[in-house]
Ligand binder design. Structure first.
Ligand SMILES: Cc1ncc(C[n+]2csc(CCOP(=O)(O)OP(=O)(O)O)c2C)c(N)n1
Ligand code: SF4
Length: 374
C-alpha cells in the first residue's frame, strides 16, 4: 500500500519541487464578501500547499455547500464542489480509489456539523486519510446568517429572534470523540500559525481535522475579537505545543496547571513575577489565589506540559475558553494509527492471495436465490 509518495515527512529534506503560492491560485473571480475570513484561509492554504512541494495534480479539494465550500474554484488543483454535507463521503471514495492523492475537505460549520455531521463523524472514526478544514463562523453565511450548530446558546438573529435554545457543539471535542488522529485549531487572522497547522495536517497520515475560527463580517462580525484583538491576544490565547509547558501571556507570566478534581487552573508564573503589579494583582484575583500563592509557580513545578498523544488532557483543554481561560490553539491531538485505505487495500490483497482473484458472475450465481413473482 503506498503512502503519499510526494509528501515529505517532517524530518525529510526540503522538497525538490519548488512551487510558489501563485502556482495554486486559480483564475476564477472570488465571490466572497470583502473582509471575509475565507480569504485568509485561502491565502494560508495556497502557501501551505506550495510549501509541501507536491505537484498540483496530486491535490483534490472537495467541498459541500456554503460560502466556504466555494473553495475548490479558487485553488488551481483538482476539485469537486459536492452536495450539502457530503464532502467527506465523496472524499472518502477519492482517497480509497487513489491513495496517492492528497485529499482535502473544505467545509463550513453548517455544512460539516449540521447536514453533514454523520458523514464527518464517520470519516474521522474510520481514520480516512483526509485533511478536513472546518471554517467556523458560527452561522450559515451563504443562506444569510441563520444560527448554526456552533452558534452560542441564546444567540439572537433573524432565525432565532428570541435567542437560540440549543447548546452549541464544540468541533474539537467532536473530532476527539470521533477518533480523528490529528486534531488542531487555528484562527483566520493568525496567518503564520494557520499555514503551519495546514502543513502539519497535510503531513499527517490519517484523518486530520483542522478547526479554523473564521470571521463573517456580514452576518456575524467580531465573533472572535474577544481573543483575537491585537492588544489582548497574547493574554487570551494559549498555544498547545507537544512537550512544552502551557505558559501564556504577553510576558509569559501565566500558566495552566491541573487543579484538584481534575480541573485546569490558571496560575501566575515565576517568582520573578514579570508584568506590572496591577496585572499580577488582576490575574491573582481572577484566579482566586491568595496573595501568598502568587509567584509560587514556575516551569519546574506543577505547570502542565502538553502531551498531544494524551487524549484526557486534550479533552480538558478543549473545554477551555475566554473569559475565564485562554483560548487553546495548536495541535490538541497527534497520534499514528493505520489509515482506512491502508487497511482496506491490505485486506483485499491478503484475501486475494489466499483465494485468488474474485469473480463477480460467480458471486451472483451462488448461494440462495429467489424468484420474485407477482
Ligand atoms: C440539502 C440542502 N439543505 C439546505 C441548503 C441550504 N444551505 C445552503 S448553504 C447552507 C449553510 C452553509 O453554512 P456553512 O456550512 O456554515 O457555510 P458558510 O456559508 O457559513 O461558509 C444551507 C443551509 C442546501 N443548499 N441544500
Ligand atoms: S456571507 Fe459571510 S461567510 Fe459568506 S462570503 Fe460573505 S462574509 Fe464570507
Amino acid at each position: 500500500m503506498s503512502t503519499l509518495p510526494n509528501v515529505p515527512s517532517s524530518t525529510a529534506p526540503a522538497p525538490a519541487l519548488k512551487l510558489s503560492r501563485k502556482d495554486f491560485q486559480s483564475d476564477q473571480e472570488i465571490r466572497w464578501c470583502p473582509g471575509c475570513g475565507d480569504y485568509s484561509i485561502l491565502n494560508a492554504a495556497t502557501t501551505a500547499f506550495a510549501q509541501l512541494g507536491v505537484p498540483r495534480e496530486k491535490f483534490v479539494v472537495v467541498s459541500g455547500i456554503g460560502c466556504s465550500s466555494r473553495f475548490p474554484y479558487y485553488v488551481n488543483t483538482y476539485g469537486f464542489h459536492g452536495i450539502h454535507g457530503r464532502a467527506p463521503a465523496i472524499a472518502t471514495g477519492i482517497a480509497l480509489a487513489n491513495p496517492d492523492l492528497l485529499v482535502w475537505v473544505m467545509t463550513g460549520d453548517g455544512d460539516g456539523l449540521s447536514i453533514g455531521g454523520n458523514h464527518l463523524l464517520h470519516a474521522m472514526r474510520r481514520n480516512v486519510n483526509l485533511k478536513i478544514v472546518l471554517f467556523d463562523n458560527r452561522i450559515y453565511g451563504l443562506t444569510k446568517g441563520q444560527y448554526s450548530p456552533t452558534s452560542e446558546f441564546g444567540k439572537v438573529n433573524k432565525s432565532a429572534p428570541f435567542g437560540t435554545v440549543e447548546r452549541p457543539v464544540d468541533p474539537i471535542l467532536l473530532a476527539l470523540a470521533a477518533g480523528a488522529t490529528f486534531v488542531a485549531r487555528s484562527v483566520d487572522v493568525y496567518q503564520k500559525h494557520m499555514i503551519e497547522m495546514l502543513r502539519r495536517a497535510a503531513l499527517h497520515k490519517g484523518a486530520a481535522f483542522l478547526h479554523v475560527f473564521q470571521n463573517c463580517p456580514i452576518y456575524n462580525d467580531n465573533a472572535f475579537t474577544d481573543f483575537t484583538e491585537k492588544e489582548i491576544r497574547d493574554d487570551r490565547n494559549i498555544e498547545l505545543v507537544h512537550g512544552q509547558p502551557l505558559v501564556f501571556g504577553k510576558n509569559k507570566d501565566q500558566a495552566l496547571r491541573m487543579g484538584s478534581g481534575h480541573r485546569i487552573e490558571v496560575v501566575p508564573m515565576g517568582s520573578g513575577a514579570r508584568g506590572s503589579a496591577v496585572e499580577r494583582e488582576a490575574s491573582r484575583t481572577r484566579n482566586n489565589l491568595s496573595p501568598t500563592m502568587e509567584g509560587r509557580h514556575d516551569e519546574a513545578s506543577d505547570v502542565l506540559h502538553y502531551d498531544a498523544t494524551d487524549p484526557a488532557t486534550a479533552y480538558l483543554l478543549a473545554g477551555l475558553k475566554p473569559p475565564d481561560f485562554p483560548m487553546p490553539i495548536g495541535v490538541f491531538r497527534e497520534t499514528q494509527l493505520p489509515a482506512y485505505e491502508e487497511l482496506v487495500h491490505r485486506q483485499i490483497r491478503d484475501i486475494t492471495e489466499k483465494r485468488g482473484p474474485g469473480d463477480l458472475d460467480r458471486v451472483f450465481g451462488s448461494g440462495d436465490t429467489w424468484d420474485v413473482r407477482d
